[in-house]
Design a protein around this ligand. Sequence first.
Ligand SMILES: *Cc1c(COP(=O)(O)O)cnc(C)c1O
Length: 408
Amino acid sequence: MSEISIPIYMDNHATTRMDPRVLQAMLPYFTEIYGNAASRTHRFGWEGEAAVSDARETIAQFIGAESEKEIVFTSGATESNNLAVKGVAEYYKGRGNHIVTTVIEHKAVLDSCKRLEKEGYEVTYVGVGSSGVVDPKAIEAAITDKTILVSVMLANNEVGTIQPIREIGQITRARNIVFHCDAVQGVGKTPFDVKDMNVDLASLTAHKIYGPKGIGALYVRRSKPRIRLVAQMDGGGHERGNRSGTLNVAGIVGFAKACQIMMQDGVAENERVFALRQSLYSQLTSALSDVVLNGDAERRLPGNLNVSFAFVEGEGLMMAIKDVAVSSGSACTSASLEPSYVLRAMGLDEDMAHSSIRFGLGRFNTQAEVDFVAKLVIDKVNKLRAMSPLYEMHQEGVDLKSIQWAAH
Ligand SMILES: *Cc1c(COP(=O)(O)O)cnc(C)c1O
């Protein structure tokens, strides 16, 4: 077996390791070319501005934008989602007060919508079935003559399901409704083209594609139709008035380098990552019973494997495999004991949601790591199940759902 080093990182939906080529591209922009890109009076500023301008073009090309002027830099996709949802709602409030989104969006979209509801906007949260894929017809049915914005993600961060963005874009374009897409998890991993898909605004972040943390962008369409926003950050009027604040030049250079690597190597990389994912899944399912894949098997990101191991607590399993970084749908966010809202929205019961593990494979994972992790998980799941009386009853053919538990 080839060398592996512990701990093993398989949480690439949370963030990715920065590619060394990205770091190399960024380094000069900390200590040599450190000018403020808004300084128009000297070479330090001009060089910073030139680097930003090149980066804008690369990022625009990466998503099929018409012009580099359509790229607005932000601190990351949380900010991009806030700017898109709140900025559009505010600008277009004369036309209507209704927003359509889905129950499986990232919190940055959902919480922006909740904020708007407090301010008098109405939001329809379209559901998903067990596949974790939104039906474009359900989006269409939710649209009213008050609808000003539709926001649907490209790929879900928990179950990796890829949403029908092109179909939704046809619907919104035909009705003249602004369409925002949180494209963070999907770009580089599944086809995405803002022109082709009629997307008007798209959120991106560098750290999910092997770039640095703290730098992102919002694509804002400038023609056919021109989309307008109300800025959420007031200041020097940077980014054509859409987002004030001194540009993070090194971060922007790194972001563009990450996009360029994806454009160059993405297709081959996705095939390799997909093969690793399939290998992990087939090793787990051939050795273990009652392993359920969460989310559509076909329409999903190459590196996403979200599975529930029935009769095993996700938190307990994660503790048992401490050498492997993964995440679980049972991870209690904030003070709540509620398991993943995405898995619950897909109809999983609490137990199965609590039993889920998300493996997020990426660029730096190897077959040796997959083999190690598969073996470890199989061993620990078997041990945890051996201690579970419920699993024993299940093995004996008892239908646990039919049991009347004594009240206490
Ligand atoms: C990570 C993520 C975000 C937030 O991005 P940040 O740059 O970390 O703020 C938004 N949407 C999705 C789908 C994500 O996975």
